[in-house]
Ligand binder design. Structure first.
Ligand SMILES: [Zn+2]
Length: 336
């Protein structure tokens, strides 16, 4: 059955008509799921994952007993089939939507020159916005009203440029703190979307500089943008002109970091000089992010005794592995 499903969905992904059917179906599905799950105060999707884990574990153990082997194997196989089917129907097919880059009027290759101009622009914007937000007693940025940030994200979803997003924004608040935040600190996962419940989870223990933009990113998945870098770009559109300074600062800061990551290979001196031009407030935020990463990396090494740069790797959402498509979208979108 699973093999048949692989072939079926592979076939579907090649048909524009079927993919656009799944796009329309997603609109209905996300709204229904958000109505069902959003009011639950904790992440119901996380609970589902835990229960699924326990269920699978139980049946995996039963595989070793002669008496229960056959029935457990059957249960596991049926379970995997259902899981895979729902995943593809609720989410997987959205990876085959037309890429956003095709919808932009300019489709040039990104250049370091243009990235530098934008980096300087966002450096200035960041400095300004940073002076408007609050900080803790160590002088590090803190969010004072996360609810307001979330409300703003949902409101901004409704006014995205029509040529880029034709998605419906039901403005249902389904942001949840993850139940796995301790684990997330060590894996470097900032947030994730649950395609089975349409909830957006984020790690509430992260340095606050990450949280508003991560929420905007996850909310873009909720809207129906599956690809990581497109979710970054939609998150950028949501946050960059926001009147909420906490959301705007986090977004400008993410954009600046992404630009610097792109520039650094060709011109490390430029990046160094920009880092030096950070305001004192921004420097404190940067130092705090660094300590956070190092601290969790260090503990991870202590616990497991092997070097693990997973945190840095998965931070390469804003790092070097997959940055270029976001940068590509950004540079083609921004007029200088
Ligand atoms: Zn994502």
């Amino acid at each position: 059955m699973l093999l048949a499903q692989f072939l079926l969905f592979y076939g579907f992904s090649k048909s524009k008509m079927v993919v656009s059917f799944f796009e329309s179906f997603f609109e209905l599905q996300k709204k229904t799921h958000q109505v069902i799950f959003s009011w639950i105060p904790f992440s119901f999707g996380d609970l589902l994952y835990i229960l699924t884990g326990i269920f699978l574990f139980y049946h995996a153990i039963a595989l070793f007993k002669k008496r229960t082997r056959r029935s457990s194997l059957l249960v596991i196989l049926i379970g995997i089939n259902i899981f895979y089917f729902l995943y593809q129907v609720f989410w997987g097919m959205l990876y085959f939507q037309d890429p956003i880059i095709k919808k932009l009027s300019s489709q040039k290759e990104p250049t370091t020159e243009k990235a530098k101009i934008l980096a300087l622009k966002y450096l200035e914007n960041c400095k300004k916005t940073r002076s408007l937000v609050k900080e803790d007693r160590n002088g590090v940025f803190i969010i004072t009203d996360l609810r307001a940030v979330q409300k703003e994200i949902l409101a901004r979803q409704t006014s995205l440029p029509k040529n880029i997003s034709g998605k419906k924004a039901p403005e249902i608040n389904s942001f949840k703190p993850s139940l796995f935040k301790k684990v997330m600190n060590f894996t470097g996962i900032l947030g994730y979307y649950n395609p089975f419940t349409a909830e957006a989870q984020n790690n509430s223990q992260l340095p606050n500089t990450y949280i508003p933009f991560t929420s905007a990113h996850e909310s873009s998945h909720q809207l129906g943008f599956a690809r990581e870098q497109e979710a970054n770009f939609i998150g950028y559109l949501i946050g960059i002109d926001s009147k909420n300074p906490e959301l705007r600062y986090s977004t400008e800061y993410f954009t600046l970091k992404s630009l610097l990551n792109f520039i650094v290979e060709e011109d490390p001196e430029f990046v160094k000089s920009v880092l030096q031009q950070y305001s004192l407030q921004m420097k404190r935020d940067r130092a705090y992010e660094k300590t956070f990463v190092l601290k969790h990396q260090g503990l991870l090494n202590d616990f497991f005794g092997f070097t693990n740069n997973l945190f840095l790797k998965s931070n390469q959402q804003e790092g070097s592995v997959t940055y270029s498509y976001f940068i590509n979208l950004l540079l083609n979108y921004e007029r200088i």
